[in-house]
Design a protein around this ligand. Structure first.
Ligand code: OSB
Ligand code: MG
Length: 368
């Protein structure tokens, strides 16, 4: 198999609601989509890099550069029987979001060449996956409590609340007082440090949270281990796990008890499966996170979440929670807290190509 064409494009998509995390907020997303064509099939993927370097050093611009200058030109030179075996520029360091963009389009392409669902190629079993919702930092506790109530009523099975210093213990206490039994967790996006915040983080033990996600620095697995020894709430790692090597170290150190796997963050689906396997062997549950993706990225996440070790609800919400109109058909819509898994070939949803073309503001084409 040889790749005929690769098309990289960027399109703006406006979130219905401003989404704030501890490092800053987003309203206008810059969506980067990749299409890879071979054997009459098209593989699709979405780059999860954000607009600003707060969650990761990668941004829309660095990913665009890595893809157009290095990854895609090299991809066009490769040949193989299985699209997933094509690995351009294997010596390139880091930039896992850019690399994942290529890798995930190749998985979709390979599934379509074999005429199977991406879920099947991944070894997934579930026909629907339990899902949750991630709520950005709200101005007031009352506004947050109203949102939590709405999402619980819609059926979401995990309510993730973004926290930062000053919007944490009291706010979570207010939520717990209103919803004593709800499946609630908190995500700090690295806003705390040891030893200064130990007391504040220990205070959260009182709220019976499902977990606290990435409380400490993205590059500090040792202090996450120190923290996990001192608090009862399970620590979940997000930013800290970028590779199979990272998760092996986290397991060795005891840096938490749960991992949020985002295929875009860890270099793709093969790396996600390796991380999943390591966690399964150690008895750590995993779940699939999200990066405010359009329906293209969401489709990959839904397929990954069918793999058996993904036992906790993912950050995989309805299309209409993010967008006035998604760029895939059909849109993602859960029922009873369960997201149906598309069963068509590959990602199983159709990119709305006319709409995507109309919205595209930047495009680069690579041809064999
Ligand atoms: O930390 O999980 C995170 C969004 C952007 C950057 C980081 C994170 C998030 C989310 C949103 O929590 C999850 C979603 O896509 O709904
Ligand atoms: Mg997170």
């Amino acid at each position: 198999m040889k790749i005929r064409r690769a098309v990289l494009r960027e399109l703006p998509l406006r979130l219905k609601e401003f989404f704030e995390i501890s490092s800053g907020g987003t309203q206008a997303r810059r969506i980067v989509l990749l299409t890879i064509e071979a054997d009459g099939c098209e593989g699709w993927s979405e780059c999860v890099a954000a607009e600003t370097p707060g969650y990761s050093y990668e941004t829309t611009e660095t990913a665009w550069h890595m893809l157009t200058r290095w990854l895609l030109p090299a991809l066009m030179e490769l040949e193989g029987d299985d699209a997933r075996a094509l690995v351009p520029v294997p010596w390139l360091r880091g930039h896992r979001m850019a690399r994942a963009t290529v890798e995930m389009a190749l998985w979709d392409l390979e599934a379509k060449r074999r005429n199977v669902a991406l879920r099947e190629l991944l070894g997934g079993e579930a026909e629907s996956v339990p899902v949750g919702v991630s709520i950005g930092i709200q101005r007031t506790d009352a506004a947050l409590i109203e949102k939590v109530g709405q999402y619980l009523a819609e059926g979401y099975r995990k309510i993730k609340i973004k926290i930062k210093p000053g919007r944490d213990v009291d706010m979570l206490g207010a939520v717990r007082a209103s919803f004593p039994d709800a499946p609630v967790m908190a995500d700090a996006n690295s806003a705390y440090a040891l030893p200064a915040d130990l007391e504040r983080l220990s205070a959260m033990d009182e709220f019976d949270l499902m977990m606290i996600e990435q409380p400490l620095a993205h590059d500090d697995l040792l202090d996450h281990a120190n923290l996990q020894r001192r608090v009862e709430t399970p620590v979940c790692l997000d930013e800290s796990i970028r590779s199979h090597g990272d998760v092996r170290l986290a397991l060795h150190l005891g840096s938490g008890r749960i991992v949020n796997i985002k295929p875009g963050r860890v270099g793709g689906l093969a790396s996600s499966l390796a991380i999943h396997d390591a966690c399964r062997d150690a008895g750590w549950p995993v779940w699939c996170g999200g990066m405010l993706e359009s329906g293209i990225g969401r489709a990959h996440n839904v397929a990954l979440a069918t793999v058996p070790g993904f036992t906790l609800p993912g950050d995989i919400s309805n299309s209409c929670r993010y967008w006035a109109e998604d760029i895939v058909f059909p849109e993602f819509q859960m029922a009873d807290g369960l997201m149906p898994v598309p069963d068509g070939p590959g990602i199983g949803v159709n990119p709305r190509k006319e709409r995507i073309d109309r919205l595209t503001t930047r495009v680069e084409v690579f041809e064999a």
